[in-house]
Design a binder for this molecule. Structure first.
Ligand SMILES: *Cc1c(COP(=O)(O)O)cnc(C)c1O
Length: 238
C-alpha cells in the first residue's frame, strides 16, 4: 500500500468508528479528500485506492490539476470547490466543478447559475454558514441562512444540497461538538421549513482532520479531510 492509500484507509476507519459511537449508519457519512496544494499524482494515488470525491480551495490550481489528470485513465472523479470564491472566478467554478460548498451571498450564486454550462447537470451547492464567528468571517450569518437557501433554490443552474461550516479551532471534543450542533440545528430547521426546491437538501458538510468525530456525532454527512490523507501542507495558512 502507498502512504496515501494507508492514510485514506485510516481515515475511513476513524469515520466508521465515529459512526458506531454515534449510532449512525456508516453509509450516511461520505469522505471528501481535500487535495489542495498536493499535485495530480497525489489525487491519482487516492483515486487508485478508491477515493472519488476531491475538495480544492484554489480555483486555478484545481483547474490545472483536473487538466493534468485528464490524460490518465482514472474513473470519473467528483470535484468540490471548498475555498472562497471571488466574482472573477465564478466562471471557472461553474465550468469545472461538480459541487461548491462556499456560497455565502446571492451575487456569487447568481453568477454561478448564469455561468453553469447548459450541457452540465446543475451545480450542487452548500451554503456556507458562519456559526461561531464575528462579522468578518466568511459565511452567511445563521439568521440569514434561510433567505439565502430560498434564493439559491430558485436558480436554475444550481441545486441547493445543504449547509457547510468551518468553525474556528476548538480545544476539545465537547467544544467541537457544541459548535457543530449549532450547524446541525440550523440544518434541521431549514429542512423542516419544507421550502419548494429543497427536495435534495440532504448534505451537512462539517468536520476536518482534527474534529471529524465531533462532526459525525453532531450529524455531519460529509467530512472534508486533507492532512489526515495527504499529510501536512507546506504552504502557510493553506
Ligand atoms: C483545508 C480545508 C480542509 C481540510 O483541512 P485538514 O485539517 O487538512 O483536514 C477542510 N475544509 C476546508 C474548507 C479547508 O479549507
Amino acid at each position: 500500500m502507498t502512504t496515501i492509500s494507508h492514510h485514506l484507509h485510516a481515515v475511513l476507519d476513524r469515520i466508521a468508528q465515529a459512526c458506531v459511537r454515534a449510532q449512525r449508519d456508516p453509509a450516511s457519512v461520505s469522505l471528501l479528500a481535500v487535495s489542495k496544494t498536493f499535485g495530480p499524482e497525489a489525487v491519482a494515488e487516492a483515486a487508485a485506492a478508491g477515493q472519488r470525491a476531491f475538495g480544492e480551495n484554489y480555483i486555478q490550481e484545481a483547474v490545472d490539476k483536473m487538466a493534468a489528470l485528464r490524460t490518465q485513465a482514472l474513473p470519473p472523479l467528483e470535484w468540490h470547490c471548498i475555498g472562497p470564491i471571488q466574482s472573477n472566478k465564478t466562471r471557472l467554478v461553474a465550468e469545472h466543478f461538480d459541487w461548491v460548498h462556499t456560497v455565502d451571498r446571492p451575487k456569487i450564486a447568481e453568477r454561478l447559475s448564469a455561468q453553469r454550462p447548459a450541457h452540465c447537470p446543475p451545480l450542487q451547492v452548500c451554503i456556507q454558514v458562519n456559526v461561531d464567528g464575528g462579522p468578518t468571517k466568511a459565511g452567511v450569518a445563521p439568521e440569514a441562512a434561510l433567505d439565502l437557501v430560498r434564493a439559491v433554490a430558485a436558480l436554475p443552474g444550481l441545486r441547493v444540497r445543504g449547509l457547510m461550516s468551518i468553525p474556528d479551532h476548538a480545544p476539545d471534543f465537547e467544544a467541537q461538538l457544541a459548535v457543530h450542533m449549532a450547524a446541525k440545528r440550523l440544518f434541521d430547521q431549514i429542512r423542516s421549513a419544507a421550502l419548494p426546491g429543497l427536495a435534495h437538501f440532504d448534505t451537512l458538510s462539517l468536520g476536518m482532520t482534527a474534529d471529524l468525530e465531533a462532526a459525525i456525532q453532531a450529524g455531519s454527512t460529509l467530512v472534508r479531510v486533507g492532512t489526515g490523507i495527504f499529510g501536512g501542507r507546506s504552504m502557510p495558512g493553506a
